[in-house]
Structure formats: structure tokens, C-alpha cells
Design a binder for this molecule. Structure first.
Ligand code: 5AD
Ligand code: SF4
Length: 457
């Protein structure tokens, strides 16, 4: 019998990937996805713990879901509620204590057991908790990819966890120690995605460039090596990866930006702060100069690369001079894209106990200044693509009727008038204008409709 499943996903791309795989893991139990939460027999909140008050937000969300559960109960229908993701991992048992309507708590390293957990909760009527870091490989226990059918751009987790322990970050505690999947397993997954229409894959990992997956013979493969192998998968035209750490950006990977045309010219490389004193307190193990030198090498390999980053303002002890060093580094480098955050103390992390926490008003002022500089740089990057012809992978319908939307090699959103048949195709687009959040262009239809060139035999 078909049952309905609703998954609400918070946070990063890895959570989006996990949500897809949870849906696949539940298919054998008859669960099919629905957009309507009120219709769902099982509601999963796939949570993120990176921001301030993450747990509080989950509890208030749960209050809302519980009301829906009660309303369905009055109509004679049962609803299971599951909390997954990093808040599930961090809070564990506490979730059921505070929100007894929750039936299942499942951490990011345990969701391959979801079908069993759901069956157990259904059979016993009691809450089940799975937040250990099991020794078995979650990926080996998940069913083959199925839900990504027809998606031109797909995520694939290749690495999880982190051993770096930056003092602001909860990831090493919620996602656990660094772990790399085997290259064979990843290649098989990508082949399957390509067969179902994927043209682009984004390789995901909290520390993706630390990837060192071992194959069956025990030989370890670097991220660069994995990318070279994936570039040979028929149908895959574009490869991206995120998120990288400056310390693991080796020469092999840097050169690949200049050598492998399927590796897109876009790199997300967080630097977090421009002051060496703050970088040391963050336990980043790199200086501003190291970062700049690295960017120099990357630009040498691929001069047009679009650079993206993460920046934190108001880390404990950050002075006006430290913050000025962050702005100065950004001015010297020029980013195409960036994510910026006010520092927030995460319980259990090193920096949460540091003295000299920066007042909220100061953080807010610094964030405003930072964001206006980053916005300026993003617009400048977008403007210099106006007038150029860019290859766009169309991924879906655009905002306006008759429009389709996709991404340029530099990961810019591009809208153009065009037929839905071009979704899933990589097409030349003349970029006409840069709006606040996306580019607008016209499709070179002559190119788009050209017959495939027959190979001479
Ligand atoms: N406070 C503010 N920003 C944080 N990030 C991670 N932890 C914190 C925190 N405690 C930011 C970092 C990281 C991004 C994913 O989130 O910049 O790279
Ligand atoms: Fe967190 Fe990234 Fe630092 Fe790891 S490298 S602790 S994931 S910020």
C-alpha cells in the first residue's frame, strides 16, 4: 500500500542529498514523496545545527508538526514524525524528552537503517533513537539511486565528517570523523545518475578535497584522481566539488582546473577571517598570506575561475583592526560569490568558552559592511560576463512563463526565453544583462537545434 512521505530539509547541500537518499531508503516500505505535509503519513525534518538557536528552531517546527499530527489523529489517521540530520545527532534523546510526539530520531550516519526504524516505531508505538556512529558503511546499505531521475544536475556525497576542529564549528561533533567513500562506489553511483539524465555532478563533502577513498585493492585515490575518472563517465559533462579547505588544496587538484575541461571554473574555498591572530584562534592552520598565495596558484592554473568563500565576523576577540584585515583580503582577492556569517557560539565547540565575545551590535555593523563589499564584488563579476557567450546547463523552468533557467560554468543563475525541451541540455547563451541575483540571456537557437555531428567512419 502506498504511504505518503514529506521531508523538510534545512541547511547544506549534503542534507539535500541525504533527504533524497532517505526517500529512496523508504521506498521499499511503500512511501512516496508528497509536497503536502498534512497528507503525509511520515514527516521527516532533516535538520541543520550550524547556526545559532538551531535546536530551538527545530522544537518550534516540531510544535507545528505536532498540531498537524493531532488534526490527522482526530480524522482517524496516524502520523509518524522523524527528526534527522545534525540536530538529531547533537540532541539525541533530549528531542523525545522535550517533544514526545517525535517517533524517530536518526543521525546523519544512521539513516540507512531508516526503514527498520520506521517499522519498529510503527510496530511498538514507542520512540526509537539512532544516533550512534555505526561501524558499517552507510552507503553500502542504501538502495541504488532512484529519485534523481531526470535531474540534469545531481549531488553525490563522496566524503563526510571532519578532523580539523576549527574552534567555531560543530561539524566534527555532528558528522563525526573524516570518511571517504570508495571510488568504485562513487563511479557506479554517477554512472547510474548519468543514465537517468544527469549532465552535471557536484561532489559533496565537509572537507571534500581531503578525499582519499580506497579502492578494492586498498589503493587510495585523491580527489583529483576521482574527478579524472568521473570525467570519463559517458553523459557527464560537468563536475564540481564543495566544500574545500585551503590546507588540502594540493597541486594536482589545482592543475586540474587548467587541464580537465569538465571541471567547472568555480571553487568554494572558505578563508573565514583575514587576520592571522583570529585564524590561529580559529585553529584554521593557515595564514592570510597562505590563502592569498594559494589563490595566486589557482588563478595561474585557471585565470577566469570564479571564487567563492565563507567569512565569519565577530569571532571572539576580533578587533576593528582584525576586521579591517578581513575586508582588505577580500579587496585583494575579489570574490564572485560569498557566504558571510556573524559568529555564534555553538555549545561544545572550543570558541564557545573563549573570553572577549564580541557584542551583537558590533557583529551586526561588521556584517553589513562586509556584505555590501561582497555584493559589490559579486555584481562586478556578473557584469563582466555581460556580452559574453556562456554555456548554460538548463535545469528547469524559469520564474516567468516561457523562460527556462540554468547555470553558467561559473555557477551563476541564468534565465532565458526558451522551450522546455532544452532542459537537461548545455546550450550557448548570449548574456545580455546582469540582474541582482541572476543573468539574463538569449539562446543561440541555431546552435541548440543543430543535429548531432555524425562521427566519420
Ligand atoms: N558561527 C558562525 N558561522 C559559522 N560557520 C560555521 N560555524 C559557525 C559559527 N559557530 C560558518 C563557516 C562555515 C560555514 C558553513 O558556516 O563560515 O564555513
Ligand atoms: Fe568545520 Fe570546515 Fe573547520 Fe571542519 S574544516 S571544523 S567542517 S569549518
Amino acid at each position: 500500500m502506498s504511504k505518503k512521505l514529506h521531508i523538510k530539509t534545512f541547511g547544506c547541500q549534503m542534507n539535500a542529498y541525504d533527504s533524497e537518499r532517505m526517500a529512496e531508503a523508504l521506498q521499499p516500505l511503500g512511501y512516496r514523496l508528497t509536497h503536502e505535509e498534512e497528507d503525509a503519513d511520515l514527516v521527516i525534518l532533516n535538520t541543520c545545527h550550524i547556526r545559532e538557536k538551531a535546536a530551538e528552531k527545530v522544537y518550534s517546527e516540531l510544535g507545528r508538526v505536532r498540531l498537524a499530527k493531532n488534526a490527522r489523529k482526530r480524522a482517524g489517521r496516524n502520523t509518524l514524525i522523524a527528526v534527522a540530520g545534525c540536530v538529531a545527532q547533537a540532541e539525541g534523546q533530549e528531542i523525545v524528552a522535550r517533544a514526545p510526539a517525535v517517533d524517530i530520531v536518526v543521525g546523519p550516519q544512521s539513516y540507512h537503517r531508516l526503514a527498520d526504524l520506521v517499522a519498529e516505531a510503527e510496530a511498538t508505538g514507542r520512540s526509537v533513537i539512532a544516533t550512534d556512529f555505526p561501524a558499517e558503511d552507510k552507503f553500502a546499505h542504501l538502495p541504488e539511486r532512484a529519485t534523481a531521475k531526470g535531474k540534469p544536475s545531481a549531488f553525490v556525497t563522496v566524503q563526510e565528517g571532519c578532523d580539523k576542529f576549527c574552534t567555531f564549528c560543530v561539524v566534527p561533533y555532528t558528522r563525526g570523523a573524516e570518511f571517504s567513500r570508495s571510488p568504485e562506489e562513487i563511479i557506479a553511483e554517477v554512472e547510474g545518475l548519468a543514465a537517468r539524465g544527469a549532465r552535471e555532478v557536484t561532489l559533496l563533502g565537509q572537507n571534500v578535497n581531503a578525499y582519499h577513498g580506497a579502492d578494492a585493492s586498498g589503493r587510495s585515490s585523491s580527489l583529483a584522481n576521482l574527478i579524472m575518472r568521473l570525467a570519463k563517465v559517458p553523459g557527464i559533462e560537468r563536475i564540481r566539488f564543495t566544500t574545500s579547505h585551503p590546507r588540502d588544496m594540493d597541486d594536482e587538484l589545482i592543475s586540474l582546473f587548467g587541464e580537465e575541461p569538465k571541471l567547472m571554473p568555480y571553487l568554494h574555498l572558505p578563508f573565514q577571517a583575514g587576520s592571522d591572530r583570529i585564524l590561529a584562534a580559529m585553529n584554521r592552520k593557515h595564514t592570510a598570506e597562505d590563502y592569498e598565495a594559494l589563490i595566486g596558484k589557482i588563478r595561474k592554473a585557471r585565470p577566469d575561475i570564479a571564487l567563492s568563500t565563507d567569512v565569519i565576523v565577530g569571532f571572539p576577540g576580533e578587533t576593528d583592526e582584525d576586521f579591517a584585515a578581513t575586508l582588505a583580503l577580500i579587496r585583494r582577492i575579489r570574490f564572485a560569490q560569498a557566504f558571510s556569517f556573524k559568529y555564534s557560539a555553538r555549545p561544545g565547540t572550543g570558541a564557545a568558552t573563549f573570553e572577549n565575545q564580541v557584542p551583537e551590535t558590533v557583529k551586526r555593523e561588521r556584517l553589513t559592511l562586509l556584505q555590501s563589499l561582497l555584493d559589490e564584488q559579486r555584481h562586478a563579476f556578473d557584469r563582466q560576463t555581460v556580452g559574453r557567450k556562456l554555456k548554460v546547463l538548463f535545469e528547469g523552468k524559469g520564474r516567468k512563463p516561457g523562460q527556462i533557467a540554468g547555470r553558467s560554468p561559473y555557477l551563476q543563475a541564468v534565465h532565458a526565453e526558451g522551450p522546455a525541451e532544452l532542459i537537461g541540455e548545455i546550450v550557448d547563451v548570449d548574456i545580455l544583462a546582469a540582474g541582482p541575483n541572476s543573468l539574463h540571456g538569449v539562446i543561440n537557437l541555431e546552435f541548440a537545434w543543430r543535429e548531432p555531428v555524425q562521427a566519420a567512419v
